[in-house]
Design a protein around this ligand. Structure first.
Ligand code: AMP
Ligand code: MG
Length: 426
């Protein structure tokens, strides 16, 4: 390694002709992606968060029967008074799950509860608050007035889901609404795609695991925890391979073991040009390197390639850079491998930035930021402050990224910027 390579200039981005534009890096990742093969049948609850391997087509109407939307009285609309009032005899009661057996002749009504099947001969429900209840020697009567509409307060069979409707496509992620929807059809098991297996390890002689005692100069490994959490939330199968020492042979062994066990391998640290950085070198030796330096900050040293059938992402070591590069490059790739159709739908919104954001042309810059509403209800976004890529607490303070494009310059307060929120409601 030459002296100039080892000593990075103050701004290590300037004058590096090999920095790959972000769009080109994404294209090179896309070129190697395939959806994992393999499906499994799981019970409904196990299907939460999984990707459907089959479309869901309704074999029933939901609701299955035309039913009352209110507690009240069911009658034939032909009995509604044109003017004045009319009196109807109450023949009995229909409960949700316990239909009224007989037929309702003209001049009569049936008391109905919400969800009760509409009795034969009726098509309209009047709320119980809108009738006057009476009784005579033969039983109950109701008096109804004007202002009602034929067919009111009735839910039609198939109104939510029609028999034969294609409800969910292959590639849909099963979220709470989908889980309920599938259950409402009476389906108890579904076919889902296999989860990609993702092995990950940290590299660094300075790293200790939480719970161990630190020697001078050592630090606790946090990347394996953020990575585990990001992978688990995404719904892949995480395989934790521990900490690997900064030693060529140890790194080679970790590569071999991880690539044999997983569809995707992720390492952190050791991806730049320091003397203890073996990742890019080992990737080239055991597989092929597609790129390893990107025009993005934070996250510049990112080695990507393939070893055998496994894809390899060598992420930077700094904890914020790990999260930024995971969300910008690895997560979209994993979503596509998972077979999810949501891969392209990572929402980016526009918001007014109230901070000044320094920006150099020639690289994408990702700021940690807070998206909020100001006193006037306007959606604004502001930087969390310090931008060091080792400051993990700023990721915890943030609720979004601000993405500044490669060709953009410094952002002055009041300008609109692209924002990627961390969380959705569901
Ligand atoms: P490296 O890319 O290996 O030179 O690491 C860059 C910086 O990130 C160094 O300060 C490392 O100590 C730190 N770092 C690397 N890996 C981890 C990790 N797993 N957890 C916390 N910090 C790390
Ligand atoms: Mg290191």
């Amino acid at each position: 390694m030459s002296e100039t390579q080892r000593k990075a200039p103050v701004d290590c981005y300037t004058g590096d002709p090999e920095l790959l534009p972000v769009v080109e890096a994404r294209a090179r990742i896309d070129a190697l992606l395939t959806v994992v093969s393999g499906e499994e049948r799981v019970t409904l609850r196990e299907a939460l968060g999984r990707i459907l391997a089959e479309p869901i087509v309704s074999s029933v109407n939901v609701p299955g029967h035309t039913n009352s939307a209110m507690d009240g009285f069911a009658l034939a609309s032909t009995d509604l008074p044109r003017d004045g009032t009319c009196r109807l005899r109450v023949l009995g009661t229909a409960w949700a799950g316990r239909p009224f057996g007989g037929r309702v002749a003209p001049g009569s009504a049936v008391r109905v509860m919400t969800g009760a099947v509409m009795p034969d001969g009726t098509d309209t429900v009047i709320m119980k608050e809108q009738v006057e209840e009476q009784a005579d020697a033969k039983g109950e009567l109701i008096v109804i007035g004007g202002g009602h509409r034929a067919g009111q307060n009735v839910r039609e069979a198939g109104e939510d889901i029609a028999l034969g409707a294609r409800l969910l496509d292959t590639g849909t992620r099963i979220m709470p609404a989908e889980l309920g929807l599938i259950a409402s059809l009476g389906i108890g098991e579904v076919r889902v795609l296999r989860r990609p297996r993702v092995a990950f390890f940290s590299t660094g002689d300075e790293l200790r695991c939480a719970g161990e005692t630190l020697a001078p100069g050592e630090i606790y490994d946090s990347n394996r925890y953020t990575l585990f959490a990001m992978l688990a939330r995404l719904g892949v199968e995480p395989i934790d391979m521990g900490v690997v020492r900064d030693d060529a042979e140890a790194v080679r062994n970790a590569f071999r073991e991880a690539c044999a066990a997983a569809d995707v391998v992720i390492s952190t640290g050791g991806a730049s040009t320091g003397e203890a950085d073996y990742i890019a070198e080992t990737l080239g030796e055991l597989g092929e390197v597609r790129f390893w330096r990107i025009a993005i900050r934070p996250g510049r040293p990112l080695a990507f390639g393939r070893v055998g059938d496994a894809l390899f992402f060598g992420l930077p070591g700094n904890p914020v850079a790990v999260m930024v590069t995971f969300y910008q490059f690895v997560q979209p790739a994993l979503l596509r491998m998972m077979g999810s159709r949501e891969a392209a739908a990572n929402p980016v919104i526009r918001a007014t930035c109230v901070s000044r954001l320094r920006k150099k042309p020639g690289r994408v810059e990702v700021y940690r930021a807070i998206l909020e509403r100001d006193a006037d209800g306007r959606v604004t976004v502001r930087s969390t402050g310090k931008t060091g890529s080792g400051l993990l607490h700023t990721m915890s303070d943030a609720n979004c990224f601000i993405l500044l494009p490669e060709d953009g310059e410094t952002v002055e307060p009041g300008a609109e910027v692209d924002v990627q929120p961390f969380y959705g409601l569901v």
